[in-house]
Design a binder for this molecule. Structure first.
Ligand SMILES: *Cc1c(COP(=O)(O)O)cnc(C)c1O
Length: 248
């Protein structure tokens, strides 16, 4: 089978998984947005999915993202989310790429983004990334501090806080994975209560190739899928998620 029909079939398969998960809990599949996690995936492959009508993409590394999308950064119909760790000294570059940053996880980063955006006279949608698994190897603010970061961002002119993002624990124990997603959902509820997120329009970004069903059952309305669409990556994900291994 060729690459094109592989990717088309994988996308179809993800849609079926979304539908089944929604059926389980009585949700409408139309509520769930699918973000293509495209790290390491060449543009030629990404274009196959774009041709199928998918326009929400997520990248993890600034240099890779800019190199890949270089000439295409003005394609207005493509939403380019940044879902990787943002180094404070790469703020200008990430702002060249992203139409939304899902991985804001510390005050200093939010302040730098806000400063730069105000200088440019524009605003950007952001989500706060929460480390719900309490693993040291993952980025994200700890749940106890998430609301105060959201409050601070709420006061920034350049940033529009739209949602929360997390990476679930990697575990065969579905209950432990579920607990991560429940933590994020509860934080969302608190944020809505505190008027930090819009009750009708918040984004709960959680769930990946291996755990999207659990995330949908727990209220995700944006899932981020890479491997199950584009195939296995040659790098281990710790390469993207662990500061110490950040060789960029
Ligand atoms: C790579 C990545 C994904 C997608 O993971 P898969 O297991 O390939 O589906 C989702 N979110 C983030 C933050 C990622 O880095």
């Amino acid at each position: 089978m060729d690459l094109e029909s592989d990717i088309q079939m994988n996308l179809q398969n993800i849609q079926e998984r979304i539908q089944r998960a929604c059926l389980q809990v009585g949700r409408d599949p139309a509520e769930i947005r699918l973000l293509l996690a495209t790290k390491t995936v060449p543009l030629s492959k990404i274009d196959i999915a774009i041709q199928e009508g998918y326009a929400l993409l997520g990248e993890n590394k600034v240099q890779e993202a800019l190199a890949k999308f270089g000439s295409r950064l003005n394609d207005a119909h493509i939403e380019r989310h940044f879902i990787g760790h943002v180094q404070t000294n790469k703020v200008n570059q990430v702002l060249r790429f992203a139409t939304c940053i899902q991985s804001v996880d510390r005050l200093k980063l939010a302040q730098k983004l806000d400063n730069r955006l105000r200088n440019e006279g524009r605003t950007l949608d952001v989500y706060v990334q929460v480390n719900t698994s309490q693993e040291e190897s993952k980025f994200g603010i700890i749940p106890d501090r998430a609301l105060s970061l959201m409050e601070a961002i709420n006061g920034m002119e350049g940033l529009h806080l739209k949602g929360l993002m997390t990476i679930g624990l990697f575990s065969r124990d579905a209950d432990k994975v579920r607990a991560c997603f429940q933590t994020l959902r509860m934080l969302k509820d608190e944020a809505v209560y505190a008027h930090l997120l819009d009750e009708e329009n918040y984004v709960l970004s959680m769930g990946m190739s291996h755990d999207l069903e659990i995330a949908i059952e727990e209220g995700a309305n944006l899932i981020r899928v890479g491997t199950a669409i584009f195939g296995k990556r040659k790098y281990d994900d710790t390469y993207y998620w662990n500061e110490n291994l950040d060789v960029q």
